[in-house]
Design a protein around this ligand. Structure first.
Ligand code: ZN
Ligand code: ZN
Length: 250
């Protein structure tokens, strides 16, 4: 699998990065994990956005889903005709939440259901082209999911937004790469049940036996070097700080 970091800004966009968005490509198929604020334009630098084959959202905070609105417009109002539906995986109520974001309802002939085939996470394993998608509920302030994507005998776990939790350890065990959020620094006064520090992300990765950890959802009011050094206290494998446009072979 080829992973492209499209956007890795945590919580709000900044001068150098869009909100959360990760492109996974395998065998000619493209899957997006999250499509946060500002990410559609950044995505266009890496791929033809018309070629997106499926979307999976971790949760419906706007730094993870705002640019679904733009992807919807490109498919619904394509001057050459409405694009075919693509699978769109997300938390319970995902279809209604996406329509609400755009001021639509499912009774509206412009509903996002016209271009997205919404599938709610229900604990089962889903298939999108060559990708197998497994999810677990994680610990955030709204329903949020970590996502494990497998293809070609390789796998990646994306934490979405979460505090350090056992379900993330369990989903990650055996994965080839962990893409974890690190929104906080150890020196901060951090709320519980929201996000991880680099040290907490590193600890989860170590518990899961992960060799390669990419830290993302980097918040502009933190010093990335501090996040990285926090993580190095609890993780001794290959540690990478996400950057927009970075590509990684999983
Ligand atoms: Zn977020
Ligand atoms: Zn969030």
């Amino acid at each position: 699998m080829k992973l492209t970091i499209v956007g890795c800004a945590g919580s709000y966009t900044n001068a150098t990065s869009a909100g959360s968005c990760y492109l996974l490509e395998f065998d000619g198929y493209s899957l997006l994990l999250d499509l946060g604020s500002g990410a559609l334009g950044a995505l266009a630098k890496s791929t033809n956005i018309a070629n997106v084959d499926a979307v999976a959202l971790s949760h419906v905070h706007l730094d993870h889903c705002a640019d679904v609105a733009g992807l919807y417009v490109t498919r619904r109002y394509d001057p050459t005709g409405m694009a075919a539906k693509i699978p769109f995986f997300g938390p319970p109520q995902i279809a209604a939440r996406m329509d609400e974001m755009y001021g639509l309802t499912d009774q509206d002939d412009s509903s996002m259901t016209t271009v997205f085939d919404f599938v709610e996470y229900d604990g089962s394993v889903h298939q999108a082209g060559p990708f197998t998608i497994a999810t677990v509920a994680v610990d955030h302030c709204i329903p949020a999911f970590a996502i494990k994507v497998s293809a070609g005998g390789r796998s990646l776990v994306y934490s979405g937004d979460t505090s350090a939790c056992q379900s993330l350890v369990e989903l990650s065990t055996g994965a080839d790469l962990a893409l974890y959020e690190a929104s906080y620094v150890e020196s901060g006064d951090n709320p519980r049940g929201m996000h991880m520090t680099g040290a907490q992300a590193g600890r989860v990765a170590t518990q899961a036996g992960i060799d390669r950890l990419v830290l993302t959802h980097l918040v502009a009011w933190n010093d990335d070097a501090e996040v990285q050094s926090d993580a190095a206290t609890s993780f001794s494998g290959d540690l990478v700080m996400a950057q927009p446009g970075m590509t990684i072979t999983v």
